[in-house]
Design a protein around this ligand. Structure first.
Ligand code: COI
Length: 373
């Protein structure tokens, strides 16, 4: 079965499940040497050990080929593959959970598929048909379901990614691409307190650029300024706008939320800011729980002023990997500001609500949880 680019469509996973069921012929090559017994599932770090299998699907001659699920391991690429030269590489981050009945659960997977395709379009890469993404992922998760950890705070982190495997030194889009979905049983993304530095010089994204996309290069560009912040005693950077550095945009590899008095603020999405799945879920949950939410530009000045008067209650990052990561304090223009330690913070309340939905410990009034068992 070959999938042409035109067959790719945006629609709801559940609604289209029946129609795409029969279409895909996924070849499965099972490992003969499972590594699962060597994994300490009670002491997992983030993204360091990988499950037995991965999905690989190639795009060539203008069409997606049949995917294969094969043992996780090295892949062979020609040195002229364009990923190495021009950085055509995009990814997603998702998580699978297993509930107490053994059901395998995903959280809003259609959002990740749609965003991967938005990233693909911006990077001149082919869109991925829903069948390949969803059915491929579901088949992979069924095969490696024993790799889904169940300890509190752990999950199977899913990393779908696509890169230019077509060759050539000409600075133009490749003619061949490879989609891979690999998974990693993982624990918490951060450990310990996170202090951040508000960035005054560097930017992670610019107007008209690729900041809204999950392009690998966006993250590579963060490493140097983040290292400078680490050398000054911080763990992460709060990114500000590239033009004036007066407005807060993101926190590390996450969206950012700021609580001033009882109001929760977050920056509007734009071509510089990622349309985070956790971000949009938090906005919805907060609003439904009577928390005033303002999606608007947030000036560094108002945050510093609020820190001085005590009106600044919380700052937290939000993303798939960490879910919600509270920030203990920030540095700006040579001064450090500590945030209060609250007994009942918005961060802890919202994190519990969202993870309870994800892990089937509570009702899901939104229909976000998808059972793929
Ligand atoms: C996520 O939260 O999944 C992210 O994209 C962060 C990632 C760089 C680990």
């Amino acid at each position: 079965m070959i999938f042409n680019k035109s067959q790719s469509k945006f629609c709801n996973f559940a609604a289209s499940k029946q129609s795409h069921r029969m279409a895909l012929d996924i070849r499965i090559d099972r490992t003969k040497n499972s590594r699962i017994d060597s994994i300490d599932f009670d002491n997992l770090s983030f993204g360091k050990v990988f499950s037995d299998h991965m999905l690989v699907c190639e795009y060539k001659n203008g069409a997606w080929q049949n995917p294969t699920i094969q043992p996780y391991g090295p892949m062979s690429l020609n040195p002229a593959a364009k990923i190495f030269h021009y950085g055509q590489s995009i990814f997603e981050g998702m998580k699978a959970y297993k509930d107490s009945d053994g059901n395998v659960l995903l959280f809003r997977p259609d959002e990740n598929w749609q965003r991967l395709n938005k990233s693909a379009s911006r990077l001149m890469m082919p869109e991925i048909p829903e069948e390949i993404f969803m059915e491929g992922l579901e088949t992979l998760l069924k095969l490696d379901s024993d790799w889904i950890p169940t300890a509190d705070g752990s999950s199977l982190y899913i990393r779908p990614f696509m890169f230019a495997s077509g060759e050539g030194f000409h600075a133009s889009p490749a003619d061949e691409y490879t989609l891979v979905i690999a998974t990693a049983p993982s624990g918490a993304y951060f450990s310990g307190k996170v202090k951040v530095s508000i960035e005054e010089k560097y930017a992670r994204a610019a107007n008209g650029g690729v900041g809204f996309a999950k392009a690998g290069g966006n993250y590579a560009a963060q490493f140097y300024p983040t290292q400078l912040a680490i050398e000054k005693g911080y763990q992460q950077v709060i990114w500000t706008d590239d033009n004036t550095h007066q407005f807060i945009e993101e926190a590390g590899a996450m969206n950012v939320f700021i609580r001033i008095n009882d109001t929760l603020l977050t920056s509007p999405t734009s071509d510089r800011i990622l349309d985070g799945v956790t971000r949009k879920s938090i906005i919805q949950i907060a609003e439904d729980n009577g928390i005033p939410v303002e999606v608007r530009k947030i000036s560094v000045g108002e945050v510093v002023e609020a820190a001085k008067t005590g009106a600044l209650k919380e700052i937290f990052g939000a993303g798939t990997a960490a879910v919600i990561s509270p920030i203990a304090g920030f540095g700006y223009q040579g001064t450090d500001y500590d945030l209060p330690e609250l007994e009942t913070s918005y961060a802890s309340k919202l994190k519990k609500t969202i993870t309870d939905i994800q892990t089937n410990k509570s009702e899901d009034p939104y229909g976000w949880r998808v059972n793929v068992s």
